[in-house]
Design a protein around this ligand. Sequence first.
Ligand code: SAM
Length: 291
Amino acid sequence: NKRHIATPKRTNEILKKYGFFFKKSLGQNFLIDVNILENIIKHAGIDKTSGAIEIGPGIGALTEQLAIHAKNVVAFEIDQRLLPILNDTLSDYSNVNVIHQDILEANVKEVIDTHFSSDQEIHIVANLPYYITTPILTKLLRDRLPVSSYTVMIQKEVADRMAAKPNTKSYGSLTIAMQYYTHAEVVMHVPKSVFMPQPNVDSSILKLTTRAHPPVDVLDESFFFRIVQASFAQRRKTLRNNLTSHFKEKYNKETISTILERIGIDGTRRGESLTMEEFATLANAFFKLSN
Ligand code: SAM
């Protein structure tokens, strides 16, 4: 189908026509498999009323599918060289807006207000540039955008960490950072062969469904995230020892043990065994102590 950009043949034609060469530094690995794109679209839960935001459209492989399945699409692309290409490859679709901007610098909230109507469900969908997956997702989630879900292709290990359960190797502060704002689920693993050029790492599609409210009540969010990070600072250390290093200027080991006892969390446990609920209890207890 001439319509699909995401075939090796059509992708090669486009690259050749424009003399485009990949920039590794921008995480440019383009999708060349329509099946994978259809899977992404299906899991994103997009329909003809939806608004879609894409990060890094490349030559438009996924953008095209979003244009077909959603009501309208806004895509952020940092690489100036791709703008004339996208203008060409997406010329059949009048419902796509490409914005030439670094997503980390963008005011996405303002873009949403400008391009989508308030009754539209908005979904973020992307084959993310792997060198900045975590900064991008962290920024968008902290901004608390009015977005229903994030369906993203990312490095498999990172997806596993974001969707991890307690008491697993992948569970860590990144897990909590994501699951505080969303329900996270790995929807499928993806072979390297669906990309051009092939990346060095394996990939997964991760779906993050935004929560209406955080699953736990915390008194101070940044304090909570700092405690979580401190608890995982040295994974093989006990919770008590990690907290003792973290609070070394402030509280001694005895104070820390007393607090842990009071809230009923065994200080000889490791950070990786604590649920989000327990981290909230822990953070709130220390926050009250210092405020
Ligand atoms: N969506 C296309 C596809 O699936 O074939 C391309 C995906 S490629 C993995 C990542 C894309 O993100 C590239 O087009 C790259 O230029 C773009 N990109 C990299 N850093 C970016 C940033 N900070 N802001 C916006 N786009 C960025």
